[in-house]
Design a protein around this ligand. Structure first.
Ligand SMILES: *[C@@H]1O[C@H](CO)[C@@H](O)[C@H](O)[C@H]1NC(C)=O
Ligand SMILES: *[C@@H]1O[C@H](CO)[C@@H](O)[C@H](O)[C@H]1NC(C)=O
Ligand SMILES: *[C@@H]1O[C@H](CO)[C@@H](O)[C@H](O)[C@H]1NC(C)=O
Ligand SMILES: *[C@@H]1O[C@H](CO)[C@@H](O)[C@H](O)[C@H]1NC(C)=O
Length: 388
């Protein structure tokens, strides 16, 4: 986001207590998931005084109920992270990783349904803004976004406890220090990491050696469109990137790339900037049983767009306004359930989470809006969403 960021700077000075109506923060022993819990959703307040994870129980029909608020032990920045992935579940959803950019930390929680127990808070470089986890759960890389030190910072992950150990305790720079990165992600085979740069309109690829250490960038490509932001890999190595397109209005688009199979380090363009006529799309996920759809959240328009994803990795727009989230709702992070049947969107402007069932034809059927007036701050920087 860009416009949102400016708005947030204005709002941060009037930051007010966000915890009005908050559920009491239960400790892990006191927490018992409600009956019929099918999964959980977590969102991050990003509050500057005490950055908290707000936990929701998720029912089989997709409804969310707030069950707790857990301190990360770190501080947020109160303005949007301006990244995708500030809150990440491990692939087996046993652990949850949350960034606290104001004090350079990442927090690790053990997950038991919608109940959390904080197990670690650790230094993660200058202003951590997003987290990538390797599919086998063995490595984590954090995206550091400060102007002084923009790059990726790696950790080994203990598979039993979820705890992190820094690999070299250093930030490995991306190709341009003023690129303003938007997303960090492991390739499906875990051999490389891609980083988008919004201002630079570049995508860097780092290779990962046997010890887990990243080197590079080993390749840098110019994005097909302006301001590549959020991104997601399909299992076959197709990369889907949403371009916010700013400063041009109604310029949001999705581009796709294929990662070469031999070295996992070179991206070549497939679809180039398939537009959706929306403004400031920044987040993207895949959904539907076989990932046959892609969805983008468009911050300024207050919409979610749907795309059809072809087996060959190309995309075509289905509906620019597959869902309207409301004037001033400021849709930010998107997340899909592991079965790819439900889509959720954090509404920064409303301090709420909206959910949809993904129908077989890609249309979105609302399951409701949750958490408004509870612990998520309204129009005050909430960033990061994870669901299972
Ligand atoms: C990592 O670097 C930070 C910042 O320089 C320092 O405070 C910390 O002690 C280092 N950790 C280790 C394990 O060396
Ligand atoms: C590349 O490898 C993936 C995963 O093994 C496979 O699904 C895909 O078909 C391969 N693509 C090509 C073009 O060979
Ligand atoms: C990819 O698949 C789509 C949908 O089947 C098709 O329209 C398109 O021509 C294909 N593109 C390429 C480059 O094969
Ligand atoms: C898509 O599926 C839903 C649910 O079955 C249905 O209500 C809707 O009319 C369908 N839309 C189109 C365009 O086929």
């Amino acid at each position: 986001m860009f416009l949102g960021y400016l708005t947030s700077i204005l709002l941060v000075s009037v930051y007010s207590a966000h915890a009005v109506g908050a559920a009491p923060a239960p400790d892990s022993r006191a927490c018992s998931p409600p009956d019929g819990e099918a999964g959980a959703a977590f969102a991050l307040t990003n509050a500057p005084d005490d950055n908290q994870v707000i936990a929701f129980s998720r029912s089989a029909t997709g409804k969310l109920t707030q069950t707790g608020a857990y301190s990360t032990g770190g501080r947020g920045i109160g303005v949007d992270f301006d990244t995708q992935g500030g809150l990440q579940l491990s692939p087996d959803h046993k652990f949850l990783y949350a960034v606290s950019p104001a004090d350079d930390k990442i927090s690790v929680f053990a997950v038991d349904g919608s109940c959390l127990e904080r197990v670690q808070v650790i230094y993660a470089g200058d202003q951590p803004l997003a987290v990538a986890l390797k599919e086998d759960g063995s490595l984590a890389y954090v995206l550091d976004g400060s102007v002084a030190s923009t790059g990726i910072f790696g950790f080994h992950v203990n598979s039993r406890t979820g705890r992190l150990t820094a690999i070299n305790n250093a930030t490995i720079p991306i190709s341009t220090p003023i690129g303003v990165p938007g997303a960090v992600l492991f390739s499906p085979d875990g051999k490389s990491i891609a980083v988008t740069s919004k201002v630079g309109s570049l995508i860097d690829v780092f290779s990962i050696d046997d010890t887990g250490l990243a080197t590079g960038p080993v390749s840098t490509i110019v994005s097909s469109g302006l301001r590549p932001f959020g991104a997601v890999y399909r299992d076959d190595g197709t990369l889907f990137v949403v371009e916010s397109g700013l400063p041009v209005l109604t310029n949001t688009a999705v581009s796709t790339y294929r990662l070469d199979n031999a070295t996992s380090t070179y991206l070549s363009a497939l679809t180039r900037s398939e537009k959706n006529q929306q403004t400031d799309g920044c987040w993207i996920v895949l959904g539907g049983e076989d990932d046959e759809f892609a969805f983008t959240a468009n911050f300024v328009s207050g919409t979610v767009s749907s795309y059809a994803v072809a087996v060959n990795g190309t995309v075509s727009l289905i509906d620019g306004e597959a869902a309207f989230t409301g004037e001033g709702s400021e849709p930010v992070d998107l997340a899909v359930t592991p079965d790819k049947a439900f889509l959720y969107n954090l509404l920064r402007g409303d301090g709420a989470i909206v959910g949809w069932k993904i129908e077989e034809n890609g249309t979105l059927s609302s399951v409701g809006t949750f958490g408004a007036g509870q612990s998520l701050p309204k129009a005050n920087g909430a960033s990061g969403l994870a669901v299972f």
